[in-house]
Design a protein around this ligand. Structure first.
Ligand SMILES: Cc1cc2nc3c(=O)[nH]c(=O)nc-3n(C[C@H](O)[C@H](O)[C@H](O)COP(=O)(O)OP(=O)(O)OC[C@H]3O[C@@H](n4cnc5c(N)ncnc54)[C@H](O)[C@@H]3O)c2cc1C
Length: 388
């Protein structure tokens, strides 16, 4: 049976690995990126750790599986009549079963200027651009006051805010700048940070960030970014560095093939009780309208379910509530799983364990050991263009 998987991320790789155990499947994994991107470490790479923490070549993960072929192409079209998808290259890929796991893309919710002036940490090129800016600004502008603004206090914004201060202080030391005032401001539209977690976790995270020197502004509405700064609630907040961590949506592939899909109010693809959007077409991970979509653990859970369904298990899909672990600064993380909630070194250890063990079925042990070594080392103080 020909299985075509689109997306070389958490969901796509896990589906390929699960199905590859049975030789009756011919698996083609198509991705527009030759590397797997390990999102949980992006904030760490953005604040000076190795790029190797966040990217692993697909060939290192799937190379030893004889019945899996890796194809680098960007899929643009679904031809359900022909049971095929079409790539940007013009190549047509036929399937008996299709699994779509395309992940998310950044959206600015129409806020003017963000696409032009703000930085992001969602891709390698975004991280390089941010690091280049931080380096050159630090090198060129001695003894001034700087405000670094992060928009969005979901896990990514909170993790970045917790790590940025230390990185900037190290850069300042590296360039021997004594007087520069570094201010980090975290802006959130909701009334509290980490709005998807409980109020007690949110308070704990806020206390921790404030201890690390981060200024928090909640209930604030970002209206516009210009070359001078950010307009928030009709007032100018002067800044040269804005990092946008808010806002993700499904890739344009779905809108371009909208006659084949139905969408919910979040524009996620509506799937049936077996994760199918169409007969023999599964949509998983961030793209599907499941309650916990938007988390790596959900993508892995979905992949395991779909692999079993393809193999003939007809049980109905059940969403799985995953634990949340949010690192904030060195050796500290917030943990929440139902009523089990705490923050501190124990959380930090849980997070390290999750990185090492939690993804061990998709990530090679050599990567895990390298990533662990990199994350325990002092932050790298080499020009970003020399990294990787
Ligand atoms: C900065 C950041 C930090 C995060 N941290 C965490 C965390 O700590 N814990 C957690 O649980 N979740 C975290 N997440 C969320 C998590 O990364 C996603 O939920 C998860 O990656 C979703 O898996 P997926 O398989 O749906 O998509 P992805 O893992 O994003 O994989 C999608 C793949 O599809 C490829 N692709 C896209 N379009 C096409 C196309 N048209 N043709 C071919 N290939 C295509 C992409 O290049 C990519 O390889 C984070 C997200 C971000 C942005």
């Amino acid at each position: 049976m020909n299985i075509t998987i689109v997306g070389g991320g958490f969901g796509g790789i896990k589906t390929a690995l699960e199905l590859s155990k049975s030789k009756e499947y011919n698996i083609t994994l198509i991705s527009d990126n030759k590397n797997f991107q390990y999102y949980p470490a992006l904030f760490s790479t953005a604040t000076g750790h190795s790029f190797k923490e966040s990217w692993v070549p697909l060939i290192h993960i799937l190379g030893e599986h004889d019945n899996v072929s890796i194809v680098i192409d960007k899929i643009t079209k679904l031809d359900k009549g022909e049971k095929a998808v079409v790539g940007e290259s013009g190549e047509v890929y036929h399937y008996d079963r299709l699994v779509l796991a395309l992940g998310s893309v950044t959206t600015y919710f129409g806020i003017q200027g963000l696409d032009e002036y703000s930085y992001g940490i969602k891709t390698a090129s975004e991280i390089r651009a941010l690091q280049h800016h931080l380096w050159t600004e630090m090198k060129d502008g001695a003894d001034t006051e700087k405000n670094y603004v992060i928009i969005g206090a979901g896990p990514t914004g909170v993790e970045l805010a917790g790590a940025l201060g230390q990185y900037l202080r190290q850069l300042r030391k590296h360039f021997n700048i004594r007087k520069k005032t570094l201010r980090i401001t975290l802006i959130e539209a909701s009334p509290r940070i980490l709005p998807r977690l409980s109020e007690s976790s949110s308070r704990r995270a806020q206390k921790r960030l404030e201890r690390l020197g981060v200024r928090i502004q909640t209930g604030r509405r970002v209206q516009k970014q210009t070359s001078k700064g950010l307009i928030v609630d009709d007032r100018l907040l002067p800044t040269e560095t804005v990092v946008w961590t808010s806002g993700v949506s499904n890739p344009v592939f779905y809108a371009n093939n909208s006659s084949s899909f139905k969408f919910d109010e979040r524009k996620k693809v509506i799937v049936d009780r077996h994760m199918q959007a169409l007969k023999h077409v599964y949509v998983i991970g961030d793209n599907a309208n499941t309650p916990y979509a938007g988390l790596a653990q959900t993508a892995l859970h979905d992949a395991k379910y779909v692999a079993k369904h393809i193999k003939g298990n007809k049980k109905v899909y059940k969403p799985k509530y995953p634990p949340s672990v949010v690192p904030i600064g060195d050796n500290w993380a917030l943990f929440e799983w139902g009523r089990l909630r705490f923050g501190g070194l124990a959380g930090g250890i849980m997070r390290r364990a999750a990185d090492l063990i939690g993804y061990s079925d998709i990530l090679p042990i050599s990567w895990a050991l390298g990533a662990w070594r990199s994350s325990t080392k002092r932050q790298m103080l080499v020009p970003p263009e020399e990294q990787m």
